[in-house]
Ligand binder design. Sequence first.
Ligand code: ADP
Ligand code: MG
Length: 677
Amino acid sequence: MNRQHLIETERPLTELKGVGPQTVLKLNDLGLYTMSDIILHLPYRYEDETVININEAPDGEKITVTGEIYSTPRVSYFGRSKSKIMFHMLVDGVAIRVEYFNQPYIKHQVVIGERATVTGKWQRSKQIIQGSKFHKEAASSETALVPQYSLKGLIKPKQFQKFVEQSMQVTDITPMIPDYLAQKYKLWDLKQSLQVLHFPEDTNALRQAKRTFAFCELFLFQLKMRMLNQNEHQAGLSVSIDYDINAVKSFIETLPFELTAAQKQVVNEIFRDIKLPMRMNRLLQGDVGSGKTVVAAIAMYALLTAAYQSALMVPTEILAEQHAESLTELYGDKVRVALLTSSVKGKRRRLLLEQLAAGDIDVLVGTHALIQDEVVFNRLGLVITDEQHRFGVNQRKRLREKGEHANVLFMTATPIPRTLAISVFGEMDVSSIKELPKGRKPIETTWAKHEEMPIVLSKTRDEIAKGRQAYVICPLIEASEKLDVQNAVEVYETFKGHFGRVGLLHGRMSSEEKDMVMEQFSNHELDVLVSTTVVEVGVNVPNATMMIIIDAERFGLSTLHQLRGRVGRSSHQSYCILISNPSTETGMERMQIMCQTTDGFLLSEKDLEMRGPGDFFGVKQSGLPDFKVANIVEDYRMLEVARDEASEIILSGKIDEPENKWLKKRMLLEVSSLEID
Ligand code: ADP
Ligand code: MG
């Protein structure tokens, strides 16, 4: 959600009291440039510091209590800069000890006989509070919800709240939701909602504020989608693509396998769509390994027989290369396939673009390089995006617009409930491939502890002796690509010590290097491929039958499932070994679920349940709108309501009434901002 469009006035930060050039820089560092940015920089969480009775305090939890200090504080120092302060309090008739680490300055506030409020972790057995916060007086209010802001330690929360307060005073915050809707759904206005989000009085008010804000976000988003769709409906007419069914049939006969019933059905659905003089807008869902690529290949082949070009956009270079290769293999010399990524440069690139514009290329495979302006097709009739949730709405839109009436097919292995897909991606038809190709043996998944590595190695040796290959996935170390690489290199060395032909793949390598290693693996010049999660999406080496995932508890279920889907792509029995010594219940549960089921849909539901939708969709990769408060999974009902109301306000023409002028203006801003992204 583009923050600029929620609040109209833009006042500079320099108008704030107590904000000098230094502070401006710090705020900029946080991505805040105007007062409305500050207002919309909402807390990510609220800490409950409501004072409770210690006799009812849950053991081991962070609590807040009030009592009387009855011992002088003792401060002890250890190490160079470490310290501990300790004193005793009488709280609700219970004598407890309170300790603070590395906050020696509290000492002066701790006075015998005075009342104080302390927040910290309660250990009942020892009658100790491990303090984190200290207030001299007893807390006055009954409930205290303390907003937690993401400020990277640059600005103190209290100070930030002062900036918020000031900004709220001088900024015009117009209501976001038309009156009749606010009444109908009992919503507050935006200003009140923002006020409470920053300064919550109690949980009920906070809930109502969140509800209002979420509705604002969803409503504006749905208006935007409606607008886009409307524009699309006007351009929704397309030419009928008159493919040569006999040529397509004989192409299908050359395939090295028989299509599954599900694949046939999807192919037919696509054919029906492209024959109609309407633009196809179809989502193809199919679990990893279900054979979506060949469906795409057939569709693109059909386009070729009617002298149309097709484009296939994928998220990574490796995947682009793989697709280009396997398509070339499938098509033989009947189709002119080309590959465009950012590593195609100079003369080669110029030539390729010339050929494309002249219509000498039938199928163009590539990364987001495909959406650049210089890429001009001759007669683009079909656009396919693979793993579509990894591309933003805008990227998909730009690719589609390269063809005058291009048909669109989105492919994804992440099951998204249909209704959710429609609400988020707009009106579309959904096809599913629910069966795996015949002869596949379910992947055998086991869970091993780190100390069982020798067993894992011997199992790997067996597979390699049978002529099979293995992937080894190293855990992603958050926030440090350097450590990631280091880690991968270590694992690589370990395997290198046991096996001869081992390759390494990680994010710091150039795409040429990556491609080379991938190619060696795919040509069976390597037996083992050690990699960070770069192989997650789409790669296809059917001879690989072993997937070893190290520190598996660090991955979400959906990711584990995607990774596991790299094996089990032939009639050979495949294995997935999760190496993990999980330290939490959830970690253990995750391992068990992975061993129990290979059903992607079930796993993603579990994932949703265990990790929440933010994680599930992946923050960066989702292509889903990035809401501040609304959550498209949890607030799904509200999303539907917002969708209906958005349709209604446009269809009824209410959007053009004077009192909704501002809304229309903002919506147009939203829509036009899509072009820039
Ligand atoms: P995904 O849906 O994950 O993209 P792919 O298209 O990569 O799956 O297909 C996985 C593997 O299954 C590939 O090796 C492909 O050649 C093979 N395959 C696809 N369809 C069939 C089929 N009908 N019968 C046998 N193998 C198939
Ligand atoms: Mg695929």
